[in-house]
Design a protein around this ligand. Structure first.
Ligand code: GLU
Length: 453
């Protein structure tokens, strides 16, 4: 899943969109594009380029594109090769443009129906069905909001999406399900993005959309809808160090983050261990009751986080004598899982928005686990909000795609969990004390190791 930026303002927004895309480059992508509406000209302009955002920047300046509202995207292809025709935004007719992060699982059947209704497809993406569905709804007399509401009701899968229409030029409609979206609040102008980082240049005030939210973002107002009703969501001030992607004197973010491990580990252990034991309350108020029922642990995660889970399996066996099973979330969510009595569900994710891990949690919640614990780096994430309780890793923002400090802090959090469960399973105070003392030494050892570079 890649990047989305949108803006609706009185001023020219092309530069804001392109800067936003640059700030999201760290996520990796294969192509980029934007669509702009100029209120005066009443024309929808679309430009796309394969490769780096700078290719798009070049193309934008060659075409002298301008606009006071627009949407932009960096794509990580899931359906259809990286190419200009598959890059976002996708259009339907001459009026409507859409960008999408995520995967539409039922796109084949929707495409079949839309083809039968006379729609031609210009790309191989799953995304294009969405823009045609919205177009179809508007042709039936719906306004943009109603058309988006009716269309997303037909989607299966994960999406963060933004749409603009020439018929309603001073508005962006966005929808979120399984893929994050935030609204950046300005003065007389508003913004949207898949990550606050993209908008650090224009605002520090954000509304985090919740799962299932649809919003209409205009220059002077923001309307948020959920399950057909208007809802209020709080505006949060996000400090500039959280939106700042400056890599300082390091050559690249991953290197910077490797060197941040010692601090990240200290922050993750802070307030969670005494001199000789783990402070169980760190897991939250509901945790004790749940831990008392745990007989086995089921870890579900993706990628690097699942590797942390595999290490945890050894720890649970060796130091806690607790059975542990580790599953990749993208397998788990499609299986007919058998949950043994006394199983604790543990999800691990840096962002807390990993689509498969979230889907796995939602699937698991229909089963009979004794509780749902998230090990996660983002306090406001969907995974944390939807779990019974969580232990946050305090790694700070991790920009490098190859995980470093997020991984080491996950291990640290998992070790605390191993001790808390081991304690209930005959782990001696002496053994606990040994583990905890080693944890106290860990940040310093990491620091010393890094000086060997
Ligand atoms: N599934 C869409 C595509 O392949 C969106 C991918 C993305 O999130 O960038 O175009």
């Amino acid at each position: 899943m890649c990047g989305i930026v949108g803006a609706v303002a009185q001023r020219e927004v092309t530069g804001i969109l392109l800067e936003g895309l640059k700030r999201l480059e760290y996520r990796g992508y294969d192509s980029a594009g934007l669509a702009l509406l100029d209120a005066d000209e009443q024309k929808l302009h679309q430009l796309r380029a394969v490769g780096k955002v700078k290719e798009l920047v070049k193309s934008v300046s060659e075409h002298e594109l301008r606009g006071s509202s627009g949407i932009a995207h960096t794509r990580w292809a899931t359906h259809g090769e990286p190419s200009v025709r598959n890059a976002h935004p996708h259009l339907s007719g001459e009026d409507l443009a859409l960008v999408h992060n995520g995967i539409i699982e039922n796109y084949e059947s929707l495409r079949k129906q839309l083809r039968a209704d006379g729609y031609d497809f210009a790309s191989d993406t799953d995304t294009e069905v969405v823009v045609h569905l919205i177009h179809q709804q508007m042709e039936q007399g719906n306004d943009l909001l109603a058309a988006v509401e009716a269309s997303v009701a037909r989607l299966e899968g994960a999406y963060g999406l933004c749409v603009i229409s020439r018929r309603e030029p001073e508005r962006i409609v966005v929808a979120r399900s399984g893929s994050p979206l935030v609204i950046g609040v300005g003065i007389g102008e508003n913004f949207v993005a898949s990550d606050t980082l993209a908008l650090g240049q224009v605002t520090d005030r954000f509304i985090y959309l919740e799962e299932g939210d649809i919003a209409v973002v205009e220059r002077d107002q923001i309307r948020i809808r959920h399950a057909g009703e208007d809802v209020e969501r709080p505006v949060k001030q996000v400090s500039s160090d959280l939106v700042d992607a400056d890599k300082g004197s390091y050559g690249h973010y991953m290197l910077k983050e490797i060197y941040e491990q010692s601090k990240a580990l200290t922050d993750t252990l802070n307030g969670r261990i005494s001199a000789s034991h783990v402070l169980e309350e760190a897991f939250g108020v509901k945790s004790r009751e749940i831990f008392d029922q745990v007989k086995r642990v089921h870890i579900v995660a993706c990628g690097t986080s699942s590797h942390a889970g595999l290490i945890m399996k050894y720890w649970l066996e060796n130091i806690a004598r607790v059975t542990c099973q580790v599953d990749i979330a993208s397998d788990y969510r499609y299986r007919n899982i058998i949950v043994e009595e006394g199983s604790l569900f543990v999800s691990i994710s840096q962002s807390g928005e990993t689509a498969d891990t979230l889907a796995a949690l939602r699937y698991a919640k229909k089963k009979d686990y004794v509780g749902y614990l998230a090990i996660c780096n983002v306090a406001t994430s969907s995974l944390v909000r939807e779990s019974d309780f969580s232990l946050l890793t305090m790694a700070g923002r991790e920009i490098g795609v190859a995980s470093t400090k997020a991984f080491t802090t996950q291990l640290c959090a998992l070790l605390l969990l191993a001790v808390v469960l081991g304690r209930r399973n005959g782990m001696s105070a002496e053994k606990e004390s040994k583990v905890v003392q080693a944890l106290h030494q860990l940040p310093e050892l990491v620091e010393r190791t890094l000086t060997l570079d």
